[in-house]
Structure formats: structure tokens, C-alpha cells
Design a protein around this ligand. Structure first.
Ligand code: RIB
Length: 304
């Protein structure tokens, strides 16, 4: 079972030709409202790829809550542990430019109220893969990480967005998944000297924390390291329409493939194929692929 502890948002998408400069106003025909939040996106990605998924997070009592929760339920995600807060459901304002790049502001709202206590101890056992990101209070993540490790759970921590994490807590993550900005933040929290190569950075982080480290590089694939060995995973050649949530797709599919018994490299390979496919429509969850769709493209992903 995959247990996702994290954020849920309603995403408001605004398509722009170029991002407005400070002080500039640009017009767009209309906004699209879609399910989002890094936690919810990861839960959706894992479920769409065939995983049995439970999501624990917090939403408000408002109508906006229906946007992320309905989407998860439609994919069969167990939302019975969802907390309800007096704060507004999380919302994200997402501008997507003509190259599919995005710029995001998140109003965290109810996500700041989520508590690790909402995760029942019975959900934490050797058959569980726990997936976390950093859009909820870090202290709640760390409490849950400690409980999870003590219960023999495999833990996946996506340090997104980048926030400081004590070294002792980083060491509780069996799999750290980071983009380049997040990798720089984690690396500089652990080391004083600077490394130039992203592969060396992944290797240094993995060696220091004792787990695997995967650094996602967009069109350049993934740089990984585990148990003293470095590896590269290529990316799917796609023309992205919207890269929002591609990292989340990677994390969710990676967890689902670990749950299917794949090793780190193979799970990363499937996740890279799925993350590429997830960029083909506007919306973090709109283009999430099924396992069959991933399998149809995974041969294009090379490991070196
Ligand atoms: O990673 C993409 C997600 O970040 C969006 O869905 C948005 O809600 C923000 O949390």
C-alpha cells in the first residue's frame, strides 16, 4: 500500500505567452480550475499507475475542497483519513507560458493544519510505502517519518518545495527525490564544499544519508545514486504542453513501481516515462498515464 501524506490544492491555471514582468498586466481568455497539490498529484499518479493508495491531508469546509478530493476518489484513492480544517482549502495560481514552463504561487490554507496524528499506526507496516513532500508543516512530516521508520515502512521524501531539513531527519528517508534547486538546497545543508556535477551531488547526498538519491533534471532525465553507485536515467522525448506536476508524477509512479517490486533503477525508469507523458496536457493530473501507457513507452528510457 502507498500512503501519501501531504498537500491538496485546487489549481487555477492561467495560460500566458510570456510571464508578466513586475508591474506588467497581461490578458488571458480564462482560467482553468484543476485538481492539484503535490501530495494529491503524487497520490493520483500512483493510483493511475495501478497502486493501492491512501491519502492523508487536510482540506477546508469550502466548495473548493471538492476539486482535489473528487479527483482522488475517482481514481480509487482512499480519502477516509482526510482532515477537515477551518482554514480555506489550499489553492495554487499557476501561469503556464507558451513553452509549457510554469510559475506557481501556493496559498497553503488547510495544508498548514495537517497533523501526523491523522495517520493510524495500523497504516504503518512493512508493506507500506510512505510518500511525503514539503507543502505541509515539516514538523508533522518528521514526526511521521520517525514513526514510519520504527514500523519498518519504506519512506520516499520529495523535498518540494525546498525547505531546510535536519540531517537526522534526511537520514530517515530511504529515497530522496529532488529537482536541481532542491538538490542544491539539500546538498548545501549537508556539505560546505561545492560539487559541480549533478551526478556527484546525488552520490554525495546518498552517501551521507544512507538512502538512494534521485535528482530529476526535466528533459535531461534523472541523476541517481544508491549504495555507492551512480546512474543516469534518460527522459522521454516529448514536446511539453505543461510541465506542472511532472515531478509529482515521477514521485507517485516511482512509489507505485517500488510497491510492484521493482528496484530503484527500474522504478525510476518507469517514473521517467510516466513523468514525460504527464506533460502532454494542461493540469497536474490531466495527463497522468496508466501502467499500460507507461509500459508502451518505457523501452525508450535508457539507464546508464
Ligand atoms: O507540483 C505541482 C503542484 O504544486 C501544483 O499542483 C500546485 O498545487 C502546487 O502544489
Amino acid at each position: 500500500m502507498i500512503l501519501v501524506f501531504g498537500s491538496l490544492n485546487a489549481d487555477f491555471f492561467l495560460s500566458v505567452r510570456t510571464f508578466p514582468a513586475p508591474g506588467e498586466t497581461v490578458l488571458t481568455p480564462g482560467a482553468l480550475v484543476k485538481a492539484g497539490g503535490k501530495g494529491a498529484n503524487q497520490a493520483a499518479a500512483a493510483a493511475k499507475a495501478g497502486g493501492l493508495v491512501k491519502m492523508v491531508g487536510a482540506v477546508g469546509t469550502d466548495e473548493v475542497a471538492k476539486v482535489p478530493v473528487t479527483a482522488l476518489r475517482a481514481l480509487g484513492v482512499d480519502c477516509s483519513g482526510m482532515q477537515v480544517s477551518e482554514l480555506a482549502t489550499g489553492m495554487a495560481m499557476i501561469m503556464v507560458d507558451e513553452h509549457g514552463e510554469n510559475s506557481i504561487v501556493v496559498a497553503s490554507g488547510a495544508n498548514t493544519a495537517v497533523s501526523a496524528q491523522a495517520v493510524a499506526q495500523t497504516a504503518l507496516n512493512e508493506d507500506t510505502i510512505l510518500v511525503m513532500q514539503m507543502e505541509v508543516p515539516p514538523a508533522e512530516n518528521f514526526k511521521l517519518l520517525h514513526r514510519a521508520k520504527a514500523a519498518g515502512v519504506r519512506t520516499v521524501l520529495n523535498v518540494a518545495p525546498a525547505r531546510p531539513i535536519p540531517e537526522a531527519d534526511l537520514k530517515l528517508a530511504d529515497y530522496l527525490i529532488l529537482n536541481e534547486i532542491e538538490a542544491d538546497a539539500v546538498y548545501s545543508s549537508l556539505f560546505e564544499k561545492t560539487f559541480l556535477g549533478v551526478e556527484e551531488k546525488a552520490a554525495a547526498i546518498a552517501e551521507k544519508t544512507g538512502g538512494a538519491c534521485l535528482i530529476t533534471l526535466g528533459a535531461d532525465g534523472v541523476a541517481g545514486a544508491e549504495r555507492g553507485k551512480m546512474f543516469k536515467v534518460s527522459a522521454l522525448p516529448v514536446k511539453p504542453v505543461d510541465t506542472t506536476g511532472a515531478g509529482d508524477a515521477f514521485v507517485g509512479i516511482f512509489a507505485a513501481m517500488l510497491d510492484n517490486g521493482l528496484d530503484t533503477r527500474q522504478a525510476a525508469r518507469y517514473a521517467a516515462a510516466g513523468a514525460g507523458l504527464a506533460c502532454l496536457k494542461i493540469g497536474a493530473q490531466e495527463a497522468l498515464p496508466t501502467l499500460k501507457e507507461i509500459e508502451a513507452r518505457v523501452e525508450e528510457i535508457k539507464i546508464s
